[in-house]
Design a protein around this ligand. Structure first.
Ligand SMILES: [Zn+2]
Length: 230
């Protein structure tokens, strides 16, 4: 068996730091031509110049290092995209309601991608610190059978990243878009055999990759917010 993974992510934009990530991960089982005995060998050189006999533990340690490098490469690509991509001129919902306390008009603009129905503004008045915009993580399909007491056996959407802001909050710092992760503790996924554990690990790995996309979306949402203030 041979697994070769190479990642090359050069950046040319002057607005972000030059960075390059390259990695080679080669693992192979070779059979001795005379005895037919199998041997596990590995290399981290593109030309296999350092091919040597390795143990399974060494391959696992190397694989963990590779996961970190691949994650760094994905992050670098998303940072590049966030730094260079023009924010599309998405239509923003803008509205005016009366401040319930002062009666003065509150002029607000929704967060890009806001899913909020803003029921709090029904009747034309609202508290400035109650109006919250939320961009839900609707693409999250990571569902896991997390034990939650009476609801045991149900699958729960896990590690959603919401992007939120309070667009007319009296404290201006609260108006800047921030992320919220829907997460909890003291809840378990139990009775996992090795295949079950591997499935959960794969799902969480995919979720982490998707969270990096949400990270880029948060950067974009904040750039859009600060662009409107300029
Ligand atoms: Zn909104």
């Amino acid at each position: 068996m041979s697994i070769v993974s190479q990642t090359r992510v050069p950046t040319t934009s002057p607005s972000i730091q030059d960075q390059s990530i390259t990695t080679t991960f080669h693992v192979e089982v070779m059979h001795d031509l005379d005895t037919g005995e199998p041997t596990l060998v590995g290399s981290s050189d593109a030309n296999h110049g350092d091919l040597q006999v390795v143990t399974a533990d060494q391959v696992i340690a190397k694989a963990q290092e590779q996961h970190r490098l691949v994650s760094k490469a994905v992050k670098l690509a998303l940072d590049y995209e966030a730094a260079t991509k023009q924010t599309p001129a998405a239509p923003h919902r803008s509205w005016i309601v009366a401040d319930r306390t002062t009666g003065m008009p509150l002029k607000g603009t929704c967060l890009p991608g806001c899913h909020g129905l803003h029921f709090e503004m029904r009747g034309g008045t609202a508290d400035a610190n109650d109006i919250q915009c939320t961009d839900f993580d609707q693409a999250n399909s990571t569902e896991l059978p997390i034990g939650c007491g009476s609801e045991d056996g149900q699958e729960w959407t896990t590690l959603s990243v919401l992007i939120q802001s309070y667009p007319v909050h009296p404290d201006e710092a609260k108006r800047v878009p921030l992320a919220a992760i829907e997460v909890t503790e003291d809840h378990y996924i139990e009775d996992l055999d090795p295949n079950g554990l591997a499935t959960v690990i794969d799902k969480l790995q995919q979720r982490v990759d998707a969270m990096r996309v949400r990270h880029a979306e948060l950067i974009r949402a904040r750039a859009e917010y600060f662009g409107r203030q300029a």
